[in-house]
Design a binder for this molecule. Sequence first.
Ligand code: PMP
Length: 444
Amino acid sequence: MSHVFPRHCHSELPTAVAGDGCYLIDADGKRYFDGSGGAAVSCLGHSNARVRQAIKDQVDKLAFAHTGFLTSEPAEALADLLIEHAPGDLDRVYFVSGGSEAVESAIKLARQYHLENGEPQRRHLIARRQSYHGNTLGALSAGGNAWRRQQFAPLLVEMSHIAPCYEYAERLETESLEDYGQRVAQELEDEILRLGPETVMGFIAEPVVGATLGAVPAAPGYFARIREICDKYGVLLILDEVMCGMGRTGHLFACNADNVQPDILCVAKGLGAGYQPIGAMLCSKSIYDAIAQGSGFFQHGHTYLGHPVAAAAALAVVREMLDHDLIAQVNSRGAYLETQLRHRFGQHAHVGDVRGRGLFWGVELVADRQTKAPFDPSLGLAGKLKKAAFAEGLICYPMPGTRDGRVGDHILLAPPFIASEAELDQALDMLQSALEKTLEAIQT
Ligand code: PMP
């Protein structure tokens, strides 16, 4: 009997024993194409030689040094590399162990920045409905996904939630995409005014929404307007690129596609590419300076900040992406994946929408294409599709629809950047077969 506490208590999980390129292999020798990189993590696949070697070399040299006493070569080099490619005046990097920690750090940094600036009344964080920013209590408070929050509601910090930019479900037929983007962005200004501009510390959003909506980019112009509103009221813009960043959506930093510059930027997942747990929070020079010239101490921290082995792995990951121009490959393979997805599913009676960017794609399932009515959430369609795909040998990331019917069941595809067109074709064969079997099972 397993003593590992699993995510789903009643499922017997196969044991992963090896990774080979885009594939995971279990103890019975069965191969699974990692079509979602776990959850948009494994961007280089599972056996990258350079990253493995970098980890071995670093462990041999220095496994750990507490950042309260010492910095390390790989953390410094990684920070330099990220800053060299980061948008705007992002100037400092705070290394943590994952996405939730990056978001927690961002929330606390935003608060401390305003304190150091003599504005202690700034305490409200505005986020968006149907969002996910992590499972620790601060990050969960920011998230607007009812299902994830429900059980913990009494423990959460009060935060505001405005509409996401989710045109498939929310745009009016009479509205252009741009007008829709401006309308939902306006909700931010309305909420700031409602709360009192002098009390708002920040706004957090994903440039391309991952887990909760399934690879939804914002409407053109949306983030430009959001930036304008934040500037007008002295509100910090925090972008959560934990899922969509690090090349996944066709730029090293996802916000470059929208030409928007955040004050604080969170990355994780693809940064360590699964080889080591690592996340990072990048902040602008003015935020860092406010703290450096104020109290001189960021009142936050974790034991494994700037872990040298994790930093060495991430440094090798980013160098691998840059040296082999893997981001150009994300764009070309992404264009291929989009064409194939549209060809196979674009006219499917139960596929309402195919959307995404780079190698980050969502397929939203609907009971009725015309009305966009989702399937009854109690059918558990996304979960069943995940299982059917897994049986075929495909890992894809499922997300159930919301109970209020605003978001349908969907699945997310985020294959490794190294996937060939032939491998993508095979993955889509498996997805197609799994979808037909699942729909047949729920309709009989
Ligand atoms: N933010 C976003 C946008 C995410 O998708 C996730 C994880 N799915 C997180 C934060 C939390 O990251 P982690 O699971 O590494 O704590």
